[in-house]
Design a protein around this ligand. Sequence first.
Ligand SMILES: [Ca+2]
Ligand SMILES: [Ca+2]
Ligand SMILES: [Ca+2]
Length: 500
Amino acid sequence: MLTTIHLPKQPAEGVCFFKISKFLKKCTPQSCMEVVSAVQKGDRVEVPPVDCQIWPDLLSLILHMITKKTPYIAVISVLLAFAFVSHAASADTRYFVKSTSGWWKKSFGVRHYFDNGFTTDLSDSQLWLAKFFGVAVEPVKKLNVLPDLAQALPILSATKSQLQNRGSSISEPNSLNSGEIGTVPSGKVQAKRIKPTEQVPWGVKAVYNDSLLSKSSGGKDANVAILDTGVLKTHPDLKNRIKECKDFSSTIALVDGKCDDKNGHGTHVAGIIAADGGSDGLGIYGMAPEANLFAYKVCSNDGTCWADDVAVALKTAVDEGANIVNMSLGADAPSRLITDATDYAVSKNVLVIAAAGNDGPYIGSIDYPGADANVVAVGAVDKDVQIPDWSSRGSNSTTKFYVVEDGDMELAAPGVNIESTWKDGDYAILSGTSMASPHVAGLAAKLWSRLPEQSRILNSKDESGQISPASAIRDILHKLSADLLPIGDDDGSGFGFSHL
Ligand SMILES: [Ca+2]
Ligand SMILES: [Ca+2]
Ligand SMILES: [Ca+2]
């Protein structure tokens, strides 16, 4: 993100400086003119022209202070800069700065504001500077999207065309196979339309408890936020479902209207929740095809996600009216930023659902945020309703029976060889608890749209005596669960397999 430009008095004669993200660039006059011209036209400048060089971060800070006419501090910093002149800046790393001082905010730049501080990317020298002045900083945690089982299971990320190359039996009776141009009944030539192997995947049929299901339904007016790698919003089976699209993962803290998915994970998760078969009815069906999706990109294309971006996206989802949030991502340790955001979501009656993790079969291998008692953790089952070894296990056997506490598994759902929408407009088969969580999120959306009646039946109320929709849905999910072995609340499946 371009934040500052420092031009010489005669732009055509000298070098100029401008700041992109945390880096100060020193540029030749010609590049300076290019940048200024782009900014004047309103273009976003993210990549500096080639003849610009990165300047050390401390100099960036000093230049900033000099321009803000804070010479006293500048002198101190100049001394610090000399002390660190041989100290090369390393790649940026995200930190939470426990300070509400405007000076530090201006000096370091703010990515996200939180109650008692802010997050920002700090170089080693900036980090040293903060510590020198006694400002408390702590690293922001990183999470990951959770399939990455491609090595463990050979079929995982096979797209339909790859399956065809392997000779799998996926031909359709009407010969509208992947990539072919089909004809509609009227005889008009239709645009290229890729079709899934099965229009209603096995997981959706299993949760609907109907092996002959030809089309799913429900979820009307339920808003489901997907915090993931983004969503291919032009996918024919998703384009009518996406109501919001935001990117929290780029160099700019929030870009509205952008949620490109170069990874594929988020698009796959979105399809499991709400793929609607497309307006031609030839595509795939997810759990709740009438639900609204908020596609929030919180993870970069390599599947890593900064906890501050996740936390802010979660709060934003709540404020934008999400009823349910799906997070098919996790890490081994909790992040306070995400825990606070989850508390906020629960206080606003939003149901938060997360993948349990793929670190099984060891007790206590469940990932955060799923391990948080406020978040519904979902493990995986296969087509035979068996729990795969890799599905993380909770610590239910060591905690109170049928009471959801930190570290417990809560539910199990289909997560092995799940076909869904893919980033290229095609379909792909993936395995992981990342695929299990959206089955529950989609079921919750379906239940949500039926809520007034259901909540009366269950009489679920919060502390103030009002019906709490999130806890009502959570209760229904528990009551709908079929117990899996071992008997009772267990580490691998918690309350069991939730189905209609
Ligand atoms: Ca939990
Ligand atoms: Ca328990
Ligand atoms: Ca059980």
